[in-house]
Design a protein around this ligand. Structure first.
Ligand SMILES: [Zn+2]
Length: 264
């Protein structure tokens, strides 16, 4: 894919990077990424992916913009209050980069529709706020052979990792990491626990970096097998190795490299 004059001007600061170059930018332009949740994580994530020229961005969110979102969900402004998040997101992202195709999915993602949603994309980024949605996204990505870049934030702490267990060992799956997910309602919601706005911004930006690295592919290193922990109050980033569990009941044992497919 040859870049146009306009694309070369727009993405010049990427193209000049040895880690991206013209070839890497062409990969980003051809890529299709599904973002689950247009919230505190999805806001910076979507803004940076649209700015980077990721060709197709799907946005899954059934919610409407609420005044209490505006403290951290920088994708939305006060005038968007009451508007469907996917609609407000499409408007803002379209203004930022009109060449990106935005696909609105104003639905609640669950086990019944997750597979069909993720299959239409090369890669999925999850910034949703419930364990049920996270499990549904993860299981659909594992079954469909799609890489998943997963971020979470609560209070003043954040977590980030990438799942590619469909490629086989040594990549772990979500249940290798958390063998028994907490039961429904066991974790406090964002409304109950609160969230430091810019801490969500940091995690959404780190997630955007990992999405771009996955789209570029090797030699860009992958975060699969590593859990990145952010402690905003201590200003610390820590890395934990996550191992694939040979006794995992999460389906990664059945996943074979046969479902692997190149991105874009
Ligand atoms: Zn597993």
């Amino acid at each position: 894919m040859d870049l146009s004059e306009e694309q070369i001007r727009r993405y010049a600061r990427h193209i000049v990077l040895p880690e991206i170059g013209g070839e890497g930018q062409a990969r980003l332009l051809a890529a299709r990424v599904l973002v689950v949740g247009a919230g505190g994580l999805g806001s910076p994530l979507l803004l940076y992916l649209a700015a980077a020229g990721v060709g197709t961005l799907g946005v899954v969110d059934f919610d409407r913009v609420d005044a209490s979102n505006l403290q951290r969900q920088v994708l939305f402004d006060t005038a968007a209050t009451g508007t469907a998040k996917v609609e407000a997101a499409a408007r803002r992202l379209g203004a930022l980069n009109p060449t990106v195709r935005i696909v609105e999915h104003p639905v609640r993602l669950g086990p019944e529709n997750a597979r069909a949603l993720v299959e239409a994309y090369d890669l999925v980024a999850d910034g949703s706020d419930t364990i049920e949605t996270r499990l549904a996204v993860h299981d659909a990505c594992l079954a469909a052979g799609r890489p998943l870049v997963s971020a979470a934030v609560q209070g003043t702490d954040g977590q980030l990792t990438t799942f590619k267990a469909h490629l086989g060992p040594p990549h772990p799956c979500l249940r290798c990491l958390f063998p028994e997910p907490p039961p429904r309602g066991a974790l406090p919601s964002c409304a109950q626990a609160g969230v430091l706005g810019p801490a969500a911004g940091v995690m959404g930006c780190l997630q955007a970096v990992e999405v771009i690295k996955e789209l570029l592919g090797p030699p860009a290193p992958s975060l699969s097998g590593t859990l990145l922990l952010y402690d905003a109050m201590a200003a610390r980033l820590d890395r934990l190795a996550v191992r694939r569990d040979p006794a995992c009941a999460g389906g990664c044992r059945r996943a074979a490299a046969a479902t692997a497919r190149p991105i874009a």
